[in-house]
Write a protein of this length. Structure first.
Length: 301
């Protein structure tokens, strides 16, 4: 009676096939997600550049039809949007500078092993991560400090973040203390050590949190609406809200809409694209640092 022969299988081959199948599934899934995320953006771009006839008939999908630039022309005729750009840029630069400087200074001090107040400051920062004063107390505080209707009302409250400080400290701890001690022996002060040694070695960290700060200010709406009353100090988001709400009050725009030459969505969607375009242009230059900086909190403790 013949013996049954056992068929040998290679476990590594099964693992390889399973891995390839998962890779294919992952690629298809990510492509599906990309379409979901990109389609609304492409649709907004297409509508902003399409004629009224194509928009009304619902023929515009993800690419423009009957190219029309009237929405952008009407948008940039408004002086408010240029002033809004300028105000937002100024606030973003000031806010980012204050955030990077103050967080790194505090994190550097807390990183020093023999710093006496390290534990009390850590506890104080931890409390701020779980408890907040609320909108009304903050509004009263801003009023009493005389910061209302100034840009400092939106810059100073968020200048120091407990989360940011802890991440900065973790990153600084990853830099050898021998470097700091060698610099001190050479006569360098603590501020010089931070600016000349630690800051250059932490470019990925600064680029990541700098980008977060800029995007936060650029997209900021509620705090600016709450604390800024002067129309000349309005940021781009408040100007966009005004344009989106009062398109019918713009004389030239209303005339073109009434005559059928332009659609309200041309101006509104042009405002959306004009608002997010600067951030989309900045991101590619910081992308290489952004990927490194996002790993800081995960691999350093």
């Amino acid at each position: 009676m013949a013996k049954n022969k056992k068929i040998k299988t290679d476990p590594k081959n099964h693992v390889y096939i399973g891995s390839k199948a998962f890779d294919v599934f992952l690629i298809i899934f990510m492509l599906f997600l990309s379409i979901i995320f990109l389609y609304p953006f492409l649709h907004v771009v297409a509508v902003s550049l399409s004629s009224n006839r194509m928009i009304v008939s619902g023929q515009v999908t993800f690419y423009p039809k009957e190219l029309f630039l009237g929405g952008y022309q009407m948008l940039f005729k408004e002086e408010d949007i240029l002033l809004g750009y300028w105000n937002t840029i100024v606030v973003a630069i000031l806010s980012t500078a204050f955030t990077l400087v103050l967080n790194s200074l505090l994190a550097y001090v807390m990183m020093i092993p023999d710093f006496v107040f390290q534990k009390p400051i850590s506890i104080f920062l931890m409390i701020t991560m779980f408890f907040g004063g609320g909108t009304v107390p903050m509004y009263i505080l801003i009023r009493n400090l005389g910061l209302y209707d100034t840009w400092w009302a939106v810059i100073l409250p968020g200048a120091v973040s407990a989360y940011n400080v802890f991440v900065y400290r973790a990153y600084f701890k990853g830099i050898s203390l021998e470097i700091r001690e060698a610099a001190r022996i050479d006569g360098a002060g603590e501020f010089s050590i931070l600016t000349m040694i630690y800051a250059p070695l932490s470019k990925a960290l600064y680029a990541t949190f700098g980008l977060f700060s800029v995007v936060g200010v650029w997209n900021g709406y509620f705090d600016f609406m709450l604390y800024i009353h002067d129309p000349k100090k309005r940021t781009i988001q408040l100007v966009l809200r005004e344009i989106a709400s009062n398109t019918s009050d713009m004389a030239d725009t209303q005339q073109m809409i009434s005559s059928g030459l332009m659609n309200q969505l041309n101006v509104k969607y042009a405002g959306v694209i004009a608002t997010i375009a600067p951030i989309l242009l900045i991101y590619p230059f910081l992308q290489k640092y952004f990927g490194q900086g996002m790993q800081v909190g995960a691999v350093k403790g």
